[in-house]
Design a protein. Structure first.
Length: 217
């Protein structure tokens, strides 16, 4: 029984190594690192609108247009696009009917750092997908690229499906648009032989079992 088990295990590992192949696929994508942050405040008495100012730490305060955001807002919320992992201070002031600007109130905060991406792989369109790589963010780029080794059955034609997500300490994004790759590892079919020719140019085979007998008169 032990010998049979060893033989079965040997066959399993042998066939696994024979029928598995590694192919390098190169993935390319782009990423908007900015995020939309919503600012909100309570309504102030006698204010018909508000002036919101958002300032990136280390940049000029004046003129107002040099700030990340500096404009009048009619409501009590405003969405502003900000950079990741950056310190901002902000304040809001009520504006009266005659244009008088009231005292300001505000705060400071640092936006969450961008962490990276997660690459998922599936064997059919639409998933389900399995996580195959986590890619750490290093520096901002116009476009990002990743060579990734993928294990596929050898001797076969395989179609794989991939999606990408972005993540930071707050969570993970929705999945990207799905892409697919066809990996063809089927053995090539031999070409038909060329230069055919036939003709009998051989000489006769050597005689064999030759005998001689002396006949006496």
């Amino acid at each position: 029984m032990k010998k049979i088990l060893l033989i079965v295990l040997a066959i399993f590992f042998l066939t696994s190594s024979v029928f598995a192949a590694s192919k390098t696929l190169t993935f390319e994508w782009q990423q908007d690192l900015n995020r939309t942050v919503e600012f909100s405040w309570d309504a102030a008495a006698n204010a018909i609108k508000y002036q919101l100012r958002v300032h990136e730490d280390g940049t000029p305060y004046d003129p107002c247009t040099s700030m990340t955001f500096c404009a009048d807002v009619t409501g009590t919320t405003q969405s502003v696009i900000l950079k990741p992992n950056t310190k901002y201070d902000w304040w809001v002031m009520g504006v009266g009917a005659d244009g008088t600007i009231g005292p300001s109130t505000g705060s400071s905060f640092t936006t969450v750092a961008f962490s990276g991406w997660k690459l998922y792989q599936g064997s059919q369109a639409g998933g389900p997908y399995t996580l195959v790589a986590t890619i750490a963010f290093v520096d901002p780029q116009t476009a990002y690229q990743l060579p990734q080794n993928i294990i596929v059955p050898d001797g076969q034609k395989t179609t794989l499906y991939f999606v990408l997500t972005a993540f930071n300490p707050n969570g993970e994004s929705e999945k990207s648009t799905e892409v697919s790759a066809v990996i063809d590892l089927t053995p090539p079919i031999p070409n038909p032989p060329g230069g055919l020719g036939a003709g009998d140019k051989t000489i006769p085979i050597i005689p064999f079992t030759l005998k001689v007998t002396v006949t006496t008169p």
